[in-house]
Write a protein that binds this ligand. Structure first.
Ligand code: HDD
Length: 741
């Protein structure tokens, strides 16, 4: 009897190559020459225009979903021009029915986000700690990152006071690794079982579904004041970290302690940190509020524009490394408690690789919306610890995608598909796109030649590290080391500069001022008293309430300077400089200023009285007005240079309804005057040259802190560039003196 040949392609003895799994879907049809899009220029001045190979419609003629050519897509099939519609109209039903199902459920948290593709390059410095190939020296791995707010719905503002998500998918050769991080290094809760509680508390009230994308309401403060382990996380986003200037200027934190496993099986515990090359920066609360009305897509736009303009954002990935001891403690800090940090001054962050984001998604839905992160996605060399929050996350993410992405095959979506070979035995289910061959998706089998085989040790399988589990009783309890809820919140507050403390106190006063229930405000003031008595005092004064006495004196803490955003200088890539011009502008000088801004890697945006031909007459053919007095707003500029400005025009009131509040010194267009007032309050660098100096003098700002002048446009820009690396003119912020050290 002849031996039966294995029938699976790619199996031992088979002549046919293996079938790639899941099956790669067919690409779009080749474009036809008559479908080129119009040439366009992006807001950053880059040429855009959709290249032929990226156009949605690949073929010459419109077709149905099954490929039949269509003659008319504007009129439904009806019984005569005045008659009723016919059920027979397949094109109508297909088009409308598909449209009816275009939305998928938004994420229950982190619904609003922006994504980008990039590359991670290992430095090799972690190779001694972890066998993961992604960390090897100069190894390049493709990544997709999604930044997000947590609370708001998909259409909410980017500038809500909130935590930001920072989730990275590393498409490594050894499987996909997801580092699902936030821009704040601690979390509200210590046990995942409470996640629905904190989320229900911060989401809009269930009766009226308001407020949207805000924590400034009773249910949130009710929860965090009762549930004091949330106080540390809360103070981080009451501080300026809750209103970032840009996704490009945020840190990212893996929060939990993870375990790295080396080639020889040895282990260390680590905390992951993303450090942005551009530094950590925030907007002011006034800016956040203006942005939420004037440009709610501020962060999305900033990320996409920067990448399009070639100012590719970069982050170093770093680790704090701890010995993998039995108690998993470091200097009295429980490494399994996700409400605690280990100050960088105690354990420095060691850089292990660089991530560069270098291209924008082509399709928001297919990529940014459908991307599905999962802390379970681990690769050999990276493992989890028993952090009770992390343990619960290992269930939740896999589960949520089944509802959100409509079934168990979400890993087959192009953005989620691993770049490593997949050879699983998962079959069928909703939205199955793979055409699996073979007859034996089970183990052991003989019909498919025994395929797929288990991986022997030498071939780098993922091994759950055999960490010892202490003999214990089954119970619902946390260790006593998780009990301290205030000392690290105090450590954070004590590490801030005076201005940052003022901002934090103002944020608490605003948020609690929005609560209706007096008892909730009072309870939260007690928590503040346990964090810092002066903070409690200032907030209580702001609310007009008595200052509570702390139950016990706040612990002594050693501040961690790394937690403050003030006091250093940072690169300016992709920052925007508004250049205000009026009728007396000298085109040559202006051109010098624009070029100087460009050459420094920043984006100049010329603000002219109006656009169109009037702007061309003013600026000449070589320069364009990117903004007008009407469309410009302080929030989009990191600094403003005044070349000149028109006196009030007859239409100056046009647009002021949305810019109410302008104090208008005589001789300055009120819209320019408002711009200067806002930029001044936001403590941004201001510069002027030529007639622009008169404008600043008239507005009363010429002698102010952080206001510079130059003999010409280029020189004035150079002066501005000296101020901008500090991010703000910090001394310009008013302080009460109550947090002075
Ligand atoms: Fe979560 C999404 C980060 C705790 C359950 N989480 C989500 C996203 C980020 C984080 C960045 C958005 C991913 C994306 O862009 O698609 N989450 C965190 C961090 C946590 C954390 C840093 C604590 C250290 N999360 C956490 C817990 C649970 C969840 C404790 C549940 C027990 N998170 C989810 C979720 C989401 C999610 C409901 C919503 C959408 C999704 O997963 O894909 O499953």
């Amino acid at each position: 009897m002849t031996e039966k040949q294995p029938r699976i392609p790619g199996s031992p003895g088979s002549a046919t190559p293996p079938v790639a799994e899941p099956t790669t879907p067919a690409g779009p049809l080749p474009p036809s020459p008559d479908q080129s899009g119009p040439a366009t220029v992006s807001p950053t001045g880059q040429e855009t225009g959709t290249p032929q190979d990226k156009m949605a419609q690949g073929g010459k003629f419109l077709t149905t979903a099954h490929g039949a050519r269509l003659k008319d897509s504007d009129h439904s099939l009806r019984a005569g021009p005045r008659g009723p519609a016919l059920l027979q109209d397949h094109h109508f039903r297909e088009k409308i029915s598909h449209f009816d199902h275009e939305r998928i459920p938004e994420r229950v948290v982190h619904a609003r986000g922006a994504g980008a593709h990039g590359t991670f390059r290992g430095y090799g410095t972690a190779s001694k700690l972890s066998q993961a190939g992604v960390f090897a020296k100069d190894k390049e791995t493709e990544v997709f990152v999604r930044f997000s707010t947590v609370v708001g719905s998909r259409g909410s503002t980017d500038l809500a006071r909130d935590t930001r998500g920072f989730a990275t998918k590393f498409y490594t050769d050894e499987g996909t690794w997801d580092l699902v991080a936030n821009n704040i290094p601690v979390f509200f809760i210590q046990d995942a079982l409470k996640f629905p509680d904190v989320v229900h508390a911060v989401k809009p009230h269930p009766d009226r579904e308001i407020p949207q994308a805000q924590s400034a309401h009773d249910t949130f403060w009710d929860f965090v004041s009762l549930h004091t382990e949330a106080q540390h996380h809360t103070i981080w986003f009451m501080a300026d970290r809750g209103i970032p200037r840009s996704f490009r200027m945020m840190e990212g934190f893996g929060i939990h302690t993870f375990r790295l496993v080396a080639q020889d099986g040895s282990t260390v515990l680590v905390k992951f940190h993303w450090k942005p090359k551009l530094g950590v920066h925030s907007v002011t609360w006034e800016e956040a509020q203006i942005i939420s009305g004037a440009d709610p897509d501020f962060h999305r736009r900033d990320l996409a524009d920067a990448i399009e303009a070639g100012a590719f954002p970069e982050w170093e990935l770093g680790v704090q490394v701890f010995e993998d001891t039995e108690d998993q403690m470091f200097a009295g800090i429980d490494l399994l408690d996700p409400t605690k940090i280990v100050p960088e001054e105690l354990v420095p962050v060691e850089p292990i690789g660089l991530m560069t984001l270098h291209h924008n998604p082509s399709n928001y839905f297919a990529e940014t919306e459908q991307v599905a992160f999962n802390p379970n996605n681990l690769i050999p060399g990276i493992d989890v610890t028993n952090d009770p929050l992390l343990q619960g996350r290992l269930f939740s993410y896999l589960d949520t995608q089944i509802t959100r992405l409509g079934g168990p095959n979400w890993n087959q979506l192009p953005i989620n598909r691993p770049h490593a070979a997949v050879n699983d035995m998962l079959r069928d289910g909703m939205h199955q796109t793979a055409v699996h061959a073979g007859v034996a998706p089970y183990r052991p089998n003989s019909l498919d030649g025994g395929n797929p085989f288990e991986t022997p040790d030498g071939d780098r399988p993922f091994i759950d590290h055999p960490a010892p589990v202490s003999a214990s009783v089954k119970e619902r309890a946390l260790p006593a080391s998780f009990d301290d809820h205030f000392s690290q919140a105090r450590l954070f507050f004590q590490s801030l500069s005076e201005v940052e403390k003022e901002h934090t106190a103002q944020a608490y006063t605003f948020e609690l001022g929005k609560c209706y229930e007096q008892a909730i405000r009072e309870r939260q003031l007690k928590a503040l008293a346990a964090i810092d008595p002066t903070l409690a005092q200032v907030v209580a004064d702001g609310l007009g309430l008595p200052v509570p006495k702390p139950a016990e004196s706040p612990a002594d803490v050693v501040p961690s300077p790394a937690l403050s955003q003030v006091g250093r200088e940072w690169p300016l890539d992709g920052r925007q400089v508004g250049i205000v011009v009026g009728p007396e502008v000298d085109a040559g000088e202006l051109s010098g200023a624009v070029t100087a801004v460009h050459q420094a890697g920043l984006v100049p945006l010329v603000v002219a009285p109006s656009g169109g031909e009037a702007a061309t007459r003013l600026l000449g053919k070589d320069l364009v007005a990117q903004r007008t007095y009407l469309t410009a707003r302080s929030i989009e500029f990191d600094a403003v240079l005044v070349a000149s400005a028109t006196p009030p025009a007859p239409d100056a009131a046009n647009g002021l309804d949305s810019k109410v509040g302008a104090t208008t010194p005589e001789g300055i267009d009120p819209r320019v005057s408002l711009l200067l007032d806002e930029v001044w309050r936001q403590a941004k660098a201001i510069g002027a040259y030529g007639a622009g100096e008169d404008v600043l003098r008239t507005a009363g700002y010429l002698e102010g802190a952080g206001v510079v002048t130059g003999a010409g446009g280029e020189e004035a820009v150079q002066q501005l560039l000296r101020l901008m690396p500090a991010h703000r003119v910090w001394e310009r912020f008013p302080t009460t003196g109550r947090f002075a050290t």
